[in-house]
Design a binder for this molecule. Structure first.
Ligand code: IPM
Ligand code: MN
Length: 353
């Protein structure tokens, strides 16, 4: 029997609750599909600062590298907000992405018909939205040097090299080939040199994909188009900070940020995580929506473990629960027949496997 090693990083806030539900669903699906999963837990974020004095202990990096994939919850909380940069929970997350070389962050956003009413957009605009944001994750202004601050000045550097742009563009074009064959590259080439290089390079890479249509949009326009005409988008490829912002924007189209999964892929390692944060305001109350994490686990099965059938089974179980009006509190107002807590939602989805 195949046996996969999964590194679990629960993190802070609602992280532990949502990971526990994803594990429940993973156990159900592995039993059905005849493979075994070995789970090992590692610390990252505020809990790691408290326990070890650093947001990303070496043991976590080593554990992640020794695993087939990393499943991550969320990090951060009020308690650690005012720490210096090197101790911030967020620094742990940025560092693990860099250490594992997970440069391609895939963030799908699709509007489920069952939750159409939960979208803040008019149903005729939201219905059928199905897009994938491909966000560059280990470069750009998040990592550029020089950076720094003193009392009166703070600065960061947005830098991309050609190879960095080429490899993320390839991921976008390959993804578009498996979808509807369109890539929209988002930049700010009317102002930024780094974006001019971005645009030129993406255009060059596109020559190897004559079957894929390429369009370019400035980021301000893209932000507007995402809410006025989101159906035009298939794959959106963009840099680190634009992708951070646009993926949050895209998530609300679907009705709840609590539904959106993501995969961060590199040449050797991968991290799977919900796109939402640690939600410290609702932590420990058993009301968080575990679906984003459960769908991230499905992406893990698909991309890292090649267990396609198991991934489909999880996605179908989530869809069928939503179809039957099973909701968590965040989406309770829309077609709810039964409103469940985090734990019961996990149990419900696991029972549908
Ligand atoms: C995300 C988060 C992170 C990011 C933060 C917590 C560092 O917002 O995964 O989108 O900006 O990448
Ligand atoms: Mn974000």
């Amino acid at each position: 029997m195949k046996n996969y090693k999964i590194a679990l990083i629960k993190g802070d806030g609602i992280g532990p609750e949502i990971i526990d539900e994803a594990v429940k669903v993973l156990k159900a699906v592995s039993a059905k599909c005849g493979f075994a999963l070995e789970f090992n837990e590692y610390l990252m974020g505020g809990c790691a600062v408290d326990a070890c004095g650093v947001p990303l202990p070496d043991a976590t990096i080593e554990g992640a590298k020794a695993s087939d994939a990393v499943l991550f919850g969320a990090i951060g909380g009020y308690k650690w907000d005012n720490l210096p940069r090197e101790l911030k929970p967020e620094t742990g997350l940025l560092k693990i992405r860099k250490e594992l070389g997970t440069y391609a962050n895939l963030r799908p956003a699709a509007v489920y018909d069952e939750l159409l009413e939960a979208s803040p957009l008019k149903p005729e605009i939201a219905k059928g939205v199905d897009l994938l944001i491909v966000r560059e994750l280990t470069g750009g202004i998040y990592f550029g040097e020089p950076r720094g601050r003193d009392e009166n000045r703070g600065y960061n550097t947005m830098v991309y090299t050609k190879p960095e742009i080429e490899r993320i563009a390839k991921v976008a074009f390959e993804s578009a080939r498996k979808r509807r064959g369109k890539v929209t590259s988002v930049d700010k080439a009317n102002v930024l040199e780094v974006s001019q290089l971005w645009r030129e390079t993406v255009t060059e890479v596109a020559k190897n994909y004559p079957d894929v249509t390429l369009e370019h949009l400035y980021v301000d326009n893209a932000a507007m188009q995402l809410v006025t005409n989101p159906k035009q988008f298939d794959v959106v490829v963009t840099g680190n900070i634009f992708g951070d912002i646009l993926s949050d924007e895209a998530s609300v189209l679907t009705g709840s940020i609590g539904l959106l999964a993501s995969a961060s892929l590199g040449d050797k390692y991968a991290i799977y995580e919900p796109i939402h944060g640690s939600a410290p305001d609702i932590a420990g109350q058993d009301i968080a929506n575990p679906i984003a994490t459960i769908l991230s686990a499905a992406m893990m099965l698909r991309f890292s473990l090649n267990e396609e059938k198991a991934a489909d089974m999880i996605e179908d179980a989530v869809k069928s629960a939503l179809k039957d009006g099973i909701r968590t509190k965040d989406t309770a107002r829309f077609g709810a027949i039964k409103v469940l807590g985090c734990k019961d939602m996990g149990t419900e989805i696991a029972s549908r496997i």
